[in-house]
Design a protein around this ligand. Structure first.
Ligand code: TEU
Length: 556
């Protein structure tokens, strides 16, 4: 069955870094409205809006204190309604970020749940201390460790028990064994769907249900995860939300599923089971990382093609992405940008386009993250003091405990910090990159004078116009959206794959290296078709791929 969300390209907005309209240094909803023409121009048909709800911002809005209120930093509910209406005029549908594994500790439910006698007590996971050695020693209920590398139990003096928080201590986990919690979530879903939301991106949606609170196995990070990742109870909750609410609306869901493997993904996305429509997995972004994603290892195109093949063929349909608000910028990760403090490196443009071609010629619904379309790079901050992200600080603490030397800690954090994606969007070459008239909440990347939207808008050779062209080509080429994926060739630097639908086929060849690659005969043989697009503008391949080139051929 074909659904509208399969034929559209999505765009993620991280509101606080997108566009400031009232010069307080913080992006906001009126700012988003003022840029809808740019988003529409790109050819996008869906916006995923990162959280705009009321929140004390311990984790930039992923700690919600009221699911039905807008954070005053971002505007009002009237602004939000205007955003739905203005987007609809441009045929753009908006999906909301659904963060229901946890709330903020400032949410009314949690405040009430601090009282042992309250009916809200059981909305969260409260447990008495384990007895330690010696009088008055309170030990946490189990040995789990969290996603931000710290403790997962916080002791509450008022009620004499610990509560569970897999993320920050200001993000207490909800208790999905309590059916009332599920009923509350249904009401939240209905609230936003009735306002006009076209669906949800569901935050850490495969870890809702804690089957047991027994001690976890030995692990460097997230000890205990075997007790709550992709549990049967979790599947049941998703099915119930779908059956009772989502199925009654024309909407879709994309789950963010931590540490998910293909077998779990198959269960979560199987159409007949009715859980999620698609999901975000992480394997492809980890082909050049080891140990909990933070330690770099050599990139090999072969490894990437293997992972892509597994996921492209393993699920009937899925979400595609190379960036989001938790990841490094892709030109600095898989591309040639490195970390240019000044201007972009020589191959920056070529590699940004090659990566666009990669994402937009895969089967699935592509999600582009704000700034990706102009080739924004990793930040150029100088020390941990410039970093706001709670996870980066948690990681630094863990690495210190492991006695990793300071220069290495910084090198790794710099490459992987979530703040890489969170610096303000670079709109033009004016002060603060046209993002705000005031000092932004997080530093603007120093390269904004070279890399910005205004400079690329009318340049036919720009990264931005390349994205526009490929999106438009994709929308008019059914084979690029729905065609089957077939791997053809890969080595350390290059990968070649094909998309096939009926008798139509397209071949894609990508060079992920600084080398001018002369393809071996077998690989060159795949490039017999006519060049439709190439990132360098070449019309013939001659069995060769210049550094960071991407080519799309018809047939072959
Ligand atoms: O992220 C899920 C998550 O597990 C992250 O900690 C992830 O492992 C990390 O960012 C490395 O990429 C989601 C949100 O996307 C993130 O922004 C939130 O901080 C987190 O959930 C808690 O809500």
């Amino acid at each position: 069955m074909k659904a509208w969300w399969k034929d559209r390209v999505a765009y993620q907005i991280y509101p606080r870094s997108f566009q400031d309209s009232n010069n307080d240094g913080m992006g906001d909803i009126p700012g988003i409205i003022s840029r809808l023409d740019e988003i529409g121009d790109l050819g996008v048909g869906i916006i995923w809006l990162s959280p705009v709800y009321k929140s004390p911002d311990a984790d930039n809005g992923y700690d919600i204190s009221d699911y039905r209120e807008i954070n005053p930093k971002f505007g009002t509910m009237a602004d939000m309604e205007r955003l739905f209406a203005e987007a609809a005029k441009r045929d753009i549908r908006i999906i909301m970020d659904l963060v229901i594994n946890h709330t903020s500790d400032e949410h009314e439910w949690f405040r009430k749940s601090r009282d042992r006698a309250s009916p809200y007590r059981d909305y969260y996971i409260w447990r008495p201390p384990r007895n330690g050695k010696g009088p008055g020693r309170r030990l946490p209920p189990n040995n789990w460790t969290g996603f931000f590398m710290g403790d997962v139990w916080e002791y509450d003096e008022q009620s004499g028990e610990f509560y569970l928080h897999l993320f920050d201590r200001k993000q207490p986990d909800l208790n999905y064994k309590n059916p009332r919690v599920v009923e509350e979530v249904k009401e939240i879903l209905r609230f936003w769907l009735d306002k006009g939301a076209a669906g949800f991106r569901c935050d850490v949606i495969n870890i809702l249900y804690k089957t047991s609170l027994a001690d976890g196995k030995r692990a460097l990070a997230v000890r205990g995860i075997e007790h709550y990742k992709s549990q049967e109870g979790n599947h049941a909750v998703l099915r119930e939300l779908r059956r009772d609410v989502l199925d009654k609306y024309d909407c879709f869901t994309v789950g963010e599923t931590v540490m998910v493997d293909l077998d779990e993904a198959k269960l979560l996305c199987d159409e007949s089971r009715g859980e999620l429509d698609m999901l975000f997995y992480f394997d492809h972004l980890e082909v050049d990382r080891r140990i909990a994603q933070y330690v770099p290892k050599k990139f090999r195109a072969k490894r990437l093609l293997k992972v892509m093949t597994k996921w492209q063929r393993g699920l009937d349909w899925n979400a595609l992405y190379l960036e989001n608000h938790d990841q490094a910028r892709i030109v600095s990760h898989f591309g040639a940008a490195g970390n240019p403090a000044g201007g972009p490196g020589k191959h920056w443009r070529q590699s940004a386009k090659m990566l666009a071609l990669f994402e937009l010629t895969l089967r699935g619904t592509p999600f582009i993250f704000q700034g990706q379309e102009i080739g924004m790079t990793n930040f150029d901050f100088e020390s941990l003091d410039d970093i706001d992200d709670v996870l980066s600080h948690g990681l630094n603490g863990l690495m210190k405990k492991l006695r990793i030397p300071g220069f290495l800690r910084w090198k790794w954090l710099k490459a992987s910090s979530r703040d890489n994606a969170r610096t303000p969007v670079q709109w033009d070459a004016s002060e603060n990159a046209g993002f705000s008239g005031a000092r932004p909440w997080l530093g603007v990347n120093g390269n904004y004078r070279h890399i910005n939207y205004a400079a690329q808008k009318d340049d036919p050779d720009s990264v931005l116009n390349f994205y526009k062209n490929i999106i438009s080509l994709r929308k008019s080429t059914e084979c690029l959206v729905h065609g089957e994926f077939a791997p053809l060739y890969a080595d350390n630097r290059v990968m070649i794959y094909r998309r096939e639908l009926g008798d139509e086929s397209y071949t894609v060849a990508l060079n992920f290296s600084f080398r001018d690659v002369k393809l071996p005969k077998r690989a060159a043989g795949f490039l017999g078709g006519a060049v439709v697009v190439s990132t360098s503008g070449r019309r013939e391949t001659e069995g060769r791929l210049p550094p960071w080139e991407g080519v799309l051929l018809k047939g072959g």
